[in-house]
Design a protein around this ligand. Structure first.
Ligand SMILES: NC(=O)CCC(=O)C(=O)O
Length: 281
């Protein structure tokens, strides 16, 4: 299977309605260029600021989420698959950092709640996502019109076991909506995308919001959305400004790479193994 994927590195404003209509127009542009899969960034409907996230939370289960309604309409209108970045989701009195995957019929095919919340304490930059969000409770891998896709949200990329699990369950591609920061982004964002792709011999797509140096935010974003192939090759990438990164995915290359280097067969299951405690969502 061969298709175009678009990573919408959008500039997010403090006004939700504007973000929804802006995301809609980026999706339209990507679909008109032939993209069959469109990926949005982590927190595209509101700034990634722990001070204001709660005000923008939406109830996805009650079907009253303006962000997800727009994604559903867009997916159905253009007959594409959308990995809908993430939005703050309210559910049962808790707040989650949640990604919905929508199919070409506009239905939600999967919902991933961020598993690894981002708490960091560096000199001059500290951040505590776990003060605001509750933890997701399972991995998410979904069969779509454009292959089997594993989902992780940003900090989830740091935990290789999650990606290994997706590979074991047959993923062709892992999508990471993310918003890496200025302290760790330069050294680690691309490195980890390439590592997850190489470790597991699959495609990795990582989509960030654009950096807004003027916004008075408590979090400055690194940007650099990319598509990486199974040899760790960068297929398409960008800098930190708003951009829609379009790349070609050809899944036949996965089989070639896995035959060239049969890592699965070479693994020493007699010495180490991943134990899967999840129920298979
Ligand atoms: N939004 C996030 O999870 C940021 C993760 C990050 O920057 C990291 O270094 O990890």
């Amino acid at each position: 299977m061969q298709f175009k994927i678009a990573l919408c590195q959008m500039l997010v404003s403090p006004i939700k309605e504007n973000n929804i209509s802006h995301a809609r127009s980026l999706i339209r542009g990507a679909a008109e260029k032939g993209s069959k899969l469109v990926v949005l960034p982590e927190m595209w409907c509101c700034p990634y600021s722990m001070k204001t996230l709660r005000d923008h939370a939406e109830d996805i289960e009650a079907k009253s989420s303006p962000s997800i309604s727009m994604l559903s309409e867009a997916a159905a209108y253009h007959k594409i698959t959308i990995v809908g970045g993430s939005i703050p989701e309210k559910s049962g009195g808790k707040l989650f950092n949640t990604c919905c995957v929508l199919g070409p019929d506009g239905e939600i095919k999967a919902k991933h709640r961020k598993l690894h919340l981002f708490d960091m304490d560096l000199p001059g930059e500290s951040f505590r996502e776990s003060d605001t969000f509750a933890y997701g409770d399972g991995p998410t891998i979904v069969d779509t019109e454009v292959g089997k896709i594993g989902i992780g949200i940003c900090h989830d990329i740091r935990f290789p076991e999650l990606s290994i699990l997706y590979r074991l369950r047959g993923a062709h591609l892992i999508c990471f909506p993310g918003a890496f920061n200025m302290s760790t982004g330069e050294l680690l964002w691309e490195l980890m995308q390439r590592s997850r792709a190489v470790d597991n011999q699959l495609f990795v797509a990582a989509c960030s919001p654009a950096r807004d140096p003027d916004v008075n935010s408590d979090y400055m974003i690194w940007g650099h959305s990319s598509l990486v192939g199974p040899f760790g090759e960068i297929i398409a990438t960008t800098g930190h400004e708003e951009d829609v990164v379009i790349g070609e995915i050809d899944y036949s290359i996965l089989q070639t790479r896995r035959e060239n280097l049969p890592l699965e067969k070479q693994k020493r299951g007699d010495i180490y193994q991943l134990i899967d405690h999840s129920s298979g969502k």
